[in-house]
Design a protein around this ligand. Structure first.
Ligand code: KIV
Length: 272
């Protein structure tokens, strides 16, 4: 298996399927605004997810349910303006695709047309199959999302690991194979046992991107603000923090406050 980072001018859905075939792991992070997306894209990420986690991270809601299609389009278009290389995937928000396939297609078209993004992501399996097919038939690439699907949090009741029981695990494998069969280009698997995630990845030829799903899958995704340590109250076992920006930013801002109060800022060189 290759661990080398290949040079790609632009990541497409085909690039991702080729990466899996070549054993090259896929990196994915969220971004919701221009400035962050510019940094993430410049650092060489393969996929930027404009996740509905913006509902929590950017807007401070307790769940992903309140974010609207208009708000997702606003975030997605800000991200798209920053991108030179990464593939941009945008979550269809709760309520924009569950009722019927026609509405689902209308929502997906709005995202593609108004934001310039490259694909959409949808949570669920069999129950949304017809909606996914309708969107795929319109030429819009779709990424699936199975396992813990936060838009169904009130059905689950908790954010704990999914598919520990045999029947749920079997259903999940069936759903993943169905998503591949109808034409999805990839699937996010969230918070399921690593052994099951590996089995799913081995049973399909489209990329499986894990979050809390171990390293037997084809790539990893994290929420940017979590991995940078900007958030500090969310501490699941799967989260690795690469920085502690909460602490660093708090220190910098406190220092600025002190400098303003003490007339330390601005100094002679910082004025006209
Ligand atoms: O919205 C999001 O950030 C996501 C990831 C957790 C995969 O769907």
């Amino acid at each position: 298996m290759s661990t080398a980072k290949k040079e790609y001018k632009r990541i497409t859905v085909k690039t991702l399927v080729d990466m899996k075939a070549n054993g090259e792991k896929i990196s994915m992070l969220t971004a919701y605004d221009y400035t962050m997306a510019k940094i993430v894209d410049g650092a060489g990420i393969d996929i930027i997810l404009v996740g509905d986690s913006a509902s929590n991270v950017m807007a401070g809601h307790e769940t992903t349910l309140p974010i609207t299609l208009d708000q997702m389009i606003y975030h997605a278009s800000s991200v798209v303006r920053a991108i030179d290389r990464a593939l941009v995937v945008v979550d269809l928000p709760f309520g924009s695709y569950q009722s019927d396939p026609k509405e689902a297609l209308r929502s997906a078209i709005r995202i593609m047309k108004e934001s310039g993004a490259h694909s959409v992501k949808m949570e669920g399996g069999k129950e949304i199959k017809e909606s996914i097919k309708r969107i795929l038939n319109a030429g819009i690439p779709v990424m699936g999302h199975l396992g813990l699907t936060p838009q169904s949090i009130y059905k689950f009741g908790t954010y704990t690991v999914r598919a520990k029981e045999e029947q749920e695990a079997l259903n999940l494998i069936e759903d993943a194979q169905m998503l591949e069969r109808i034409g999805c280009f990839g699937i996010v698997l969230e918070k399921i046992p690593a052994k099951l995630a590996k089995k799913v990845a081995e049973s399909v030829s489209i990329p499986i991107i894990g979050i809390g799903a171990g390293n037997g899958v084809d790539g990893q995704v994290l929420v940017l603000h979590d991995m940078l340590g900007m958030t500090h109250e969310f501490n699941p076992r799967f989260l690795r923090r690469y920085l502690n920006l909460y602490e660093d930013m708090t220190k910098a801002i406190s220092k600025y406050v002190d400098d303003v109060k003490s007339l330390e800022f601005p100094n002679d060189n910082e004025q006209y």
